[in-house]
Design a protein around this ligand. Structure first.
Ligand code: IMP
Length: 192
């Protein structure tokens, strides 16, 4: 079984990723003893994902992938985008982020949005990127407590319920992260 490091400490993400990569031995940052916090200071998901993957690769020399993701609204020129995690200010809080997003949308008709995930894979020393998106719209108010982040506000296209209300298994089928990881998986299955 091939070993792959997932450059995250987020247990929710690790669970989601494990179910998508059953043929790989998946190691987390805690498993490899990587304790540093890697900042995400860049304006692109690609640079943020690459910086983290590179730091972990330099640390352990193993094949590794990292993911950076966020919510983008065309009506807000792509915001919150790479700033999704702390859109409502520091310390980061999902409640503050959701509140700011709703305030920003007052008087704006176009509530379309998409989640975007970029996976950066360092495989045999070479860098590869994979993108996944999930399109939907922003509800008038939050509902449900499944998922995390903006999920109580995000209604995926073709549904009437938010990701906060839909079962996690349904989110996994549609999600940006799932789509990006499935694209990486297609690549990996051609390699091993
Ligand atoms: P990061 O990729 O861990 O830096 O996450 C960026 C931020 O984007 C998160 O803190 C959330 O605010 C938002 N985000 C990314 N993916 C999701 C998702 O699947 N649901 C809800 N919010 C998300």
């Amino acid at each position: 079984m091939h070993t792959l490091v997932a450059a995250t400490r987020n247990q929710g993400k690790i669970r989601e990723i494990k179910s998508l990569l059953p043929d790989f031995e998946l190691l987390s940052l805690d498993d490899i003893g990587f304790l540093e916090e890697t900042p995400e200071p860049y304006d692109t998901f690609e640079e943020n994902a690459h910086t983290k993957a590179r730091a972990v690769y330099n640390f352990c020399g193993k094949d590794v992938f990292s993911e950076d993701s966020g919510l983008c609204l065309p009506a807000l020129q792509g915001a919150p985008g790479v700033h999704s995690a702390y859109y409502g200010g520091l310390p980061r809080s999902d409640a503050k982020n959701n509140e700011k997003l709703l305030n920003d949308l007052i008087g704006i008709e176009d509530r379309s949005a998409y989640y975007k995930a970029i996976v950066c894979l360092i495989w045999k020393g070479e860098v590869h990127y994979f993108e996944g998106r999930c399109y939907g719209k922003i509800a008038e108010k939050p509902s449900g407590s499944n998922g995390f982040g903006y999920d109580p506000l995000f209604i995926p296209d073709g549904y009437t319920q938010s990701f906060g209300e839909l079962p996690i298994s349904e989110k996994q089928k549609l999600s940006h992260r799932g789509n990006a990881i499935r694209a990486m998986l297609d690549f990996l299955h051609k390699q091993v």
